[in-house]
Design a protein around this ligand. Structure first.
Ligand code: UD1
Ligand code: UDP
Length: 387
């Protein structure tokens, strides 16, 4: 069996890697060796425990208020040592975090071929999102096999001079993970969530964490949420707060103590999926949530200036509003008061995957390492059904 060293470090990478790890475990030609950097801790461990993954290596690099330089240097050094010890046939990284980029660089320095899952997402703006746009561009130029989630991400790679033969369109594994947890229908584990779900008030689900929004943009978002909570007292605004203290100290002060704003710790993935499924509207700056909520037929208002996920915007279920306070209030208010506008956006679309992305990814990796001829590529259906 050839070893594939699977490296990840944060919550979204863990969620998107989990289906691939379990598919690699079923392979008869390759075996996964999981190494986590621990760029996240509690938020990473939550996911590994839900999916039953026990990493063989844990670099445990997290420090409070860590700098990009800390993450990069500690992950580069740690992953290089794991590569030297395990001698894998390939290294697999996911997405655009600093763990992803540092592990990609470690693979390059160790002369081990790199496979990049969720390759080819681009905004075209080096500062948005920061530092992810540059992390993913650099990773693309270190990788030998590019697992692009959609035809658009494949085209982005080709436009940068990456050979089409080295790209496989797989769909996004987040949809596999989402299908898995929704079908398990696990009871809520968070007490606040259980209470909110037990009450009859409709939900607006809110998340925010992006580094480029720290400061005034995120403060604007917080004020917008407070205004919306006052304007719609019959709704509950559910905010699972990211653990980053830099985010909490900007986002939470205007919201703490408001009667219909419920702030929780980060929800485990099954709880969060349930919360999305029960929400009327999702207000977020998250990448993964922009992919998941449309497949559940939930309108998404994105508090960012740009997105690398244009497919759901084109399908009409995601609206990009930026971080202007009044624009956020206007966009959410419109959805909550105009039934036609709501129905127009509340359509389940699946431009990001069909739940078989992990299987395609593993067939592509096996073929890359010399066995088999590669998978049939993912072709998105336009609109799955209308709610
Ligand atoms: C990171 C990724 C971002 C991704 C996000 C997902 C980088 C540079 N950023 O951003 O691309 O969208 O994860 O959430 O790779 N913390 C904890 N415990 C945890 C997690 C975080 O205490 O389990 C706190 C620590 O104080 C840490 C801080 O949050 O220093 C920031 O974590 P970090 O991974 O640097 O940045 P994120 O904003 O989480
Ligand atoms: N998520 C979760 N619990 C939460 C908030 C989010 O499990 O309390 C999941 C969400 O469903 C998505 C992923 O975490 O799959 C997104 O993580 P995040 O927004 O931190 O990162 P991004 O996707 O923006 O990189």
């Amino acid at each position: 069996m050839q070893k594939v060293l699977v490296v990840y470090g944060t919550r979204p990478e863990a969620i998107k890697m989990a289906p691939v790890v379990s598919e690699l475990q079923r392979s008869t030609v390759v075996e996964p060796v999981v190494a986590v950097t621990g760029q996240h801790r509690a938020m990473l461990d939550q996911v590994n425990s839900l999916f039953g993954i026990e990493p063989r290596h844990d670099l445990d690099i997290l420090t409070q208020r860590q700098r990009l330089e800390d993450i990069t240097s500690r992950a580069l050094d740690g992953v290089s040592q794991v590569i030297a010890a395990e001698k894998p046939a390939a290294v697999l990284v996911q997405g655009d975090t600093t763990t992803c980029f540092a592990a990609a660089l470690a693979a390059f320095y160790g002369r081990v071929p790199l496979v990049h899952l969720e390759a080819g997402l681009r905004t075209g703006d080096p500062s948005n999102p920061f530092p992810e746009e540059i992390n993913r561009r650099l990773t693309s130029h270190l990788a030998s096999l590019h697992l692009a989630p959609t035809p658009t991400s494949c085209a982005n790679l080709v436009a940068e001079g990456i050979a089409r033969e080295s790209i496989v369109i797989t769909g996004n594994t987040v949809i596999d993970a989402l299908h898995q947890v929704i079908s398990q229908d696990l009871p809520p584990t968070d007490d606040n969530l259980a209470r909110v779900l037990g009450a009859s008030q409709p939900l607006v689900l809110v998340t925010a964490h992006r580094r480029e929004s720290w400061g005034e943009p995120m403060a604007n978002s917080a004020r917008a949420i407070a205004t919306l909570a006052a304007r719609f007292p019959h709704l509950t605004f559910l905010l699972p707060a990211h653990l980053n203290p830099a985010v909490r100290e900007i986002l939470l002060p205007p919201l703490i103590g408001l009667r219909n704003v419920v702030i929780t710790e980060p929800l485990c993935y099954s709880d969060f999926a349930r919360a999305m499924d029960r929400s009327l509207v999702v207000l977020t700056d998250s990448g993964g949530v922009q992919e998941e909520a449309p497949s559940l037929g939930k309108p998404v208002i994105v508090m960012r200036e740009t997105t690398e996920r244009p497919e759901a915007v084109a399908a009409g279920t995601v609206e990009l509003v930026g971080t202007d306070e009044h624009r956020i209030v206007r966009a959410v208010s419109r959805l909550l008061t105009d039934h036609d506008a709501y129905d127009e956006m509340a359509r389940a679309v699946n431009p990001y995957g069909d739940g078989r992305a992990a299987a395609r990814s593993v067939v592509a990796i096996e073929s890359f390492l010399g066995t088999g001829s590669g998978p049939e590529e993912f072709v998105p259906a336009s609109v799955a059904h209308t709610v």
